[in-house]
Each structure stands twice: as structure tokens, then as C-alpha cells.
Design a protein around this ligand. Structure first.
Ligand code: NAD
Length: 260
């Protein structure tokens, strides 16, 4: 389905990004991986994904908070594979604190990794997509791009910002073959959420199972985590031809969270 397309997925050494990279490769796209982690582990991942799918799988270590490194990431994919047709802005971090105690450096880091990085990547990937009159931009936002929770001011602000960016870009390219959408997952069990389970288990002095159900999934009516493969399948669908009229959308995949 995505044969001869090339995808860049930021933050794809782990969690949702890795799941999306896997699904795009299985759908036939060449994939540029990106993110932090142990070099040997990443190289093993890269090799396994290439061997199991038969597509080109590359890796670039860009820190997405640095515009020049993001430009190098997009340029590396373009020069190795000829184009960047699919851009998934997925890299993300979290920090939880009452707003008056929120460390300024954590606030800035969250905006940089989630919001600024999406702008840096879109601005360099878009000219090539326009030349080819085809492109798919997916910003991995969150249910927190649509509604808020207390103590997550930086994350909620960055995710709402990402949804706003999605809408503006979609309008700018609406008459082309390029779409820009945000995927808004509820809780997905990844290393990012494991960190929250650990800190909440300590804070509430409760067993892990109760923390998951009563604290973490309190806002998620399904009371189960969204699966990485479910988010990845939605991303692949958005990359298909039948999704060409879906643009500027912020699509919840959240077990009913934002239906409240
Ligand atoms: P994760 O921690 O498993 O993965 C995050 C990825 O981002 C990693 O590959 C990490 O190396 C990379 N990364 C972090 N800082 C980076 C930087 N400066 N430069 C390059 N890469 C960087 O997290 P995840 O849960 O898979 O989250 C992926 C995205 O999905 C994030 O944007 C997150 O906000 C969003 N999201 C997650 C959930 C959830 O419940 N897990 C829910 C909604 C949205």
C-alpha cells in the first residue's frame, strides 16, 4: 500500500513511535527511525525491522529540539531514499507538577520536544511534499490535546499547540495532495506511562493494579490501555489514498475519554 513512499518517524526507538514505524514498514514504506537509546539496541531493532519487512530502514540520532538536527534528519532520509512522503511527529516527554512549582527548564523542554520539533520538521519536509503534490503529516498529539488534566500544564499546553499547528498546516495545503492530522490517544502502556505508574504508586502507596485502574485510567472509560498496534493502524490508515479527505482533524483514540 505504501510502496515507494518514505516515512520519517521522530521518537521511534520506543513505544508508540516504534509501533508506527513497524506498521508503516509492514505497509511497504521505507522508514527513517529517530530517537534516543543504546546504539547497539537501536541497530538491532533497525536490522530486524529491515529483514522482516524487506524495506529500507535507516536511523538518524537527531535531537528534535535542535532545528539544524531536524533539518539533517529530513535531508538524510531524502538523500538515502529520494523523498520524505510521510512525516510522523511523535517524539514526546512528560513532567508532572503543580503549575506554580513547575520547573522552568522542564516547561521549556516539553514545549521543545513536543511542539517546536513538530514545526521544525514540518517546515523542512513540506517543500518536497509540495513538489511531489503528495504527503501525509501526522502529529502524535494526545487526548491532552483536546482536554486537560491538573498538574500537566506544560504537556497539555504543548499538545493543544500541536493540534493548533495541525489545523493551520492542513489549511495551508488543503488544495494539494498533502494532509495533516493529529492522532489523540488516551493512555497507552509505554515507557512514558510506566514512569507515571511508578511515581503514582509511590505517591498513593497503593498496589500497581489499583494505581492503573483508579489513578492512571480514571479518565479513560474503557478502563483498559489503548494498544500501540491500534494507534499504528490508525496512522497507516491516514497514510492511505482513501484518507485523502481527512485533514486538519484531531482524531481521538482514547476508550471514550474525550466523549465525557
Ligand atoms: P516513549 O517514552 O516510549 O517514547 C518517546 C520517544 O521519543 C523515544 O523514542 C525517545 O527517545 C524520543 N525522544 C524524546 N526526546 C527526544 C528528543 N529530544 N529528540 C529525539 N527523540 C526524542 O513515549 P510514548 O508513550 O511512546 O510517546 C510517544 C508520543 O505519544 C509522545 O508524543 C507522547 O506524548 C504521545 N502520547 C503518549 C500516550 C501514552 O499514553 N503513552 C498518550 C497520548 C500521547
Amino acid at each position: 500500500m505504501l510502496k515507494n513512499k518514505t516515512a520519517v518517524v521522530t521518537g521511534s526507538t520506543s513505544g508508540i513511535g516504534l509501533g508506527i514505524a513497524r506498521a508503516l514498514a509492514q505497509a511497504g514504506a521505507n522508514v527513517m527511525l529517530n530517537g534516543f537509546g543504546d546504539a547497539a539496541v537501536i541497530e538491532k531493532l533497525r536490522g530486524e525491522l529491515a529483514a522482516s519487512t524487506g524495506v529500507r530502514v535507516l536511523y538518524h540520532p537527531a535531537d528534535v529540539t535542535k532545528p539544524e538536527e531536524v533539518a539533517a534528519l529530513i535531508a538524510a532520509a531524502e538523500s538515502a531514499c529520494g523523498s520524505v512522503d510521510i512525516l510522523v511527529n511523535n517524539a514526546g516527554i512528560q513532567f508532572v507538577s503543580p503549575v506554580e512549582d513547575f520547573p522552568v527548564d522542564r516547561w521549556l523542554a516539553i514545549q521543545a520536544v513536543i511542539l517546536n520539533s513538530s514545526f521544525y520538521a514540518i517546515r523542512v519536509a513540506l517543500p518536497g511534499m509540495k513538489r511531489r503534490n503528495w504527503g501525509r503529516i501526522i502529529n502524535l498529539a494526545s487526548a491532552h490535546g483536546l482536554v486537560a488534566s491538573p498538574f500537566k500544564s506544560a504537556y497539555v499546553a504543548a499538545k493543544h499547540g500541536q493540534v493548533g499547528l495541525t489545523k493551520s498546516v492542513a489549511l495551508e495545503v488543503a488544495e494539494t495532495g498533502i494532509t495533516c492530522n493529529a492522532i489523540c490517544p488516551g493512555y497507552v502502556l509505554t515507557p512514558l506511562v510506566e514512569g507515571q505508574i511508578e511515581s503514582q504508586t509511590k505517591a498513593h502507596q497503593l498496589p500497581r493494579a489499583r494505581v492503573i485502574k483508579e489513578v492512571i485510567l480514571a479518565a479513560q472509560p474503557s478502563k483498559r490501555f489503548v494498544e500501540i498496534t491500534e494507534v499504528a493502524a490508525l496512522a497507516v490508515f491516514l497514510c492511505g489514498e482513501t484518507a485523502r479527505s481527512i485533514t486538519g482533524a484531531a482524531i481521538p483514540i482514547d476508550g471514550g475519554w474525550t466523549a465525557r
